[in-house]
Design a binder for this molecule. Structure first.
Ligand SMILES: Nc1nc2c(ncn2[C@@H]2O[C@H](COP(=O)(O)OP(=O)(O)OP(=O)(O)O)[C@@H](O)[C@H]2O)c(=O)[nH]1
Ligand SMILES: [Mg+2]
Length: 453
């Protein structure tokens, strides 16, 4: 099946609206021809050499639309692997609309979301992990996320997967060679060696897969939930961290009924703060009223701040704090003592406790610093790529295959049996990079893209 597209697509590649410049992209076999219907410069797009830029006017003398530059990319040396022109014009809704309408009238078709990148993938300009890196770069919620996605786009992840794949191919090759000599009962790879090599690869894969959670922080942001008893000052703290009055604050307990979520950028990382409804305390136990909503917020949190009104006693929320720690053992829970301004003296608190006043702002910078160091700490194991859920689940499936190989070795399974699991692992590796793919996977991957990308 030929993957070459027969139609030519175009779209605005920059955000719509008022701007200094905008770029309209056109890709496909008739890209140059369609531009030439409207472009008036010293050379036509059809005749322009590859990788050159040309100034001219869009439209005839009596219908000047804009002065533009054409960037010429000839197949296959372009983003999509097809003939591509990037038309640089002045930013402005009507200019861009007119140029796009002109290209459509010449015969181009509006591009679907992600269609340029989809063509790049089908023309093998990018593999699937690079495609995902493009989306991650565009949507990154942190500087580091964008940098790491750029390394992934440059092929860092692909190379690591390829080295794992070639290690597995070498092993399976030797095992299959043994099968050819099965009469002679030779072992090209002693089973003890094989075991070690597979174990190494399995732990490497595990390590990569386990960075997915941290990668999602760099990709989508770090979620901090502020919880505590009514009137503890959660909404006040939320506003203080946001540096604006977003949530309603009042001295009536139960002011916040639902949760509120807003984002701030702390030193290049997006932090999503969530203010929640107060949890009520009854006589004998902590009745976590509203816990249904708060629990779902907490389950998605990367850090939970339990806010205590220190004027009611530093240990006033201790039972709640302990209960939440027990309920959510995988989520870091931090005790924050608020309303320090109401005390004439604040006694030393246990290590790790933060003392602040949402009212005066005292201690808020320290709290920001603690949140930031938690963000950094939670993402230390992400270096060269942002493993996503799709990749992580395939990596786990590969790890399962390798575990099956290991148990096979232990029960002295035949080379045939070992080779089957190894071959499955190799095929799954190919699914990560998109060497083998199905339309559903592409649909999911490209659903994150916008028009023009
Ligand atoms: N003195 C002092 N008062 C505070 C501080 N933080 C909040 N308050 C006051 O405490 C009261 C409750 O504040 P909120 O921020 O609405 O408390 P909340 O925890 O969001 O309350 P609910 O939404 O009802 O659960 C308000 O009167 C605030 O002005 C603080 O640091 N110092
Ligand atoms: Mg509130």
């Amino acid at each position: 099946m030929s993957l070459a597209s027969s139609d030519t697509i175009c779209a605005l590649a920059t955000p719509p609206g008022v701007a200094g410049l905008a770029v309209i992209r056109i890709s496909g076999p008739r890209a140059f021809e369609y531009c030439d219907v409207f472009f008036r410069g010293s050379i036509s797009a059809v005749d322009a050499p590859d990788h050159t830029i040309h100034f001219g006017w869009w439209g005839e003398l009596d219908r000047r639309v804009d002065s533009v530059t054409l960037m010429i990319y000839r197949c296959p040396r372009s983003y999509t692997g097809e003939d591509v022109v990037e038309i640089g014009c002045h930013g402005g809704v009507f200019i861009c609309d007119t140029i796009i309408a002109d290209l459509l009238s010449a015969g181009a078709r509006p591009a679907d979301p992600g269609e340029f990148t989809r063509r790049a993938f089908l023309n093998r300009k990018l593999d699937l992990v690079q495609v995902e890196a493009v989306a991650d770069m565009i949507h990154a919620a942190s500087h580091r996320g964008a940098q790491i996605a750029a390394r992934q786009l440059a092929g860092g992840f692909t190379r690591r997967l390829e080295s794992i794949r070639s290690a597995l191919l070498e092993i399976v090759g030797l095992i299959e060679l043994e099968l050819d000599f099965s009469e002679e009962d030779v072992e090209f790879v002693p089973r003890a060696d094989l075991r070690l090599r597979i174990l190494d690869i399995a732990s490497e894969i595990h390590l990569i897969a386990s960075s997915a959670q941290a990668a999602s922080v760099l990709r989508s942001g770090f979620h901090v939930a502020v919880v505590g008893f009514p009137n503890a000052g959660k909404s006040s703290l939320f506003n203080a961290l946001l540096l604006r009055n977003r949530a309603i604050v009042s001295d009536i307990p139960g002011t916040t009924r639902d949760y509120l979520s807003e984002s701030v950028i702390l030193d290049g990382y997006t932090v999503h703060l969530v203010d929640t409804a107060g949890l009520r305390q009854t006589e004998d136990s902590i009745e976590l009223e509203g816990i249904a909503i708060t629990a779902s917020v907490m389950e998605q949190a990367d850090l939970v701040l339990v806010l205590n009104d220190i004027s009611l006693g530093a240990d006033h929320s201790n039972a709640l704090f302990t209960e939440l720690q027990e309920r959510f053992p995988d989520i870091p829970v931090l005790l924050v003592q608020n309303k320090s301004d109401l005390l004439s003296e604040v006694y030393a608190q246990p290590a790790g406790t933060i003392v602040c006043s949402a009212k005066t702002g005292a201690g808020i910078d320290t709290l920001r610093g603690v949140i930031l160091s938690d963000v950094r700490h939670s993402t230390t194991n992400v270096n060269d790529y942002l493993v996503n859920a799709r990749q992580a689940s395939l990596l786990m499936a590969i790890a399962d295959c390798l575990v099956a190989v290991l148990t096979g070795i232990d029960r002295r399974a035949s080379g045939d049996e070992l080779a089957v699991d190894l071959r499955t692992a190799i095929r799954l590796l190919g699914e990560i990079t998109g060497e083998t793919w199905n339309p559903d996977v592409l649909e999911t991957v490209f659903s994150r893209f916008c028009i023009g990308k």
